[in-house]
Design a binder for this molecule. Structure first.
Ligand code: NI
Length: 136
């Protein structure tokens, strides 16, 4: 099995808030991400597909096509958007790095499957020091 990863970037605004909690509790749990007037992150997205090296190309999957799919079905819907307000697949969810990684998986996995490649991992960095990995 060979694993191929494509890296993309996007920027987005959000806030983390549990509306059942006071502002103080939200601040205690979510820290700066609870800021009432939003804030942004520079996200780094790593999408890994897996398969075998194809006889006619030597590729697991065309990396350029992988980039097009990631951008068309995920990044273009998120980049320079407000995750809480603008992104249909994040509606009514906590806009955490965890839920965003799951949401991105759900956007791109069916497209990749239809093109004959298996999605292995969506790895999403919210900061240089915090990332999540989702394996489906
Ligand atoms: Ni944040």
């Amino acid at each position: 099995m060979v694993y191929l990863t494509r890296v993309e970037h996007f920027n987005a605004a959000h806030k983390l808030e549990n509306t059942n909690w006071s502002a103080e509790k939200n601040k205690e749990v979510f820290g700066k991400c609870a800021n009432a007037n939003w804030h942004g992150h520079n996200y780094e997205l790593h999408v890994t597909v897996k398969g075998t090296s194809q006889a006619d190309t030597g590729f697991v999957f065309n990396a350029k096509r992988l980039s097009v799919i990631i951008n068309e079905y995920a990044c273009d819907k998120i980049d320079h958007k407000n995750l809480n307000l603008d992104v249909d697949f994040m509606k009514d969810k906590f806009t955490t790095c965890e839920n965003l990684a799951i949401g991105i998986w759900e956007q791109i996995q069916p497209v990749l499957k239809a093109e004959g490649v298996d999605l292995h991992c969506v790895k999403l960095y919210e900061t240089e020091r915090i990332y999540v990995e989702y394996f489906g």
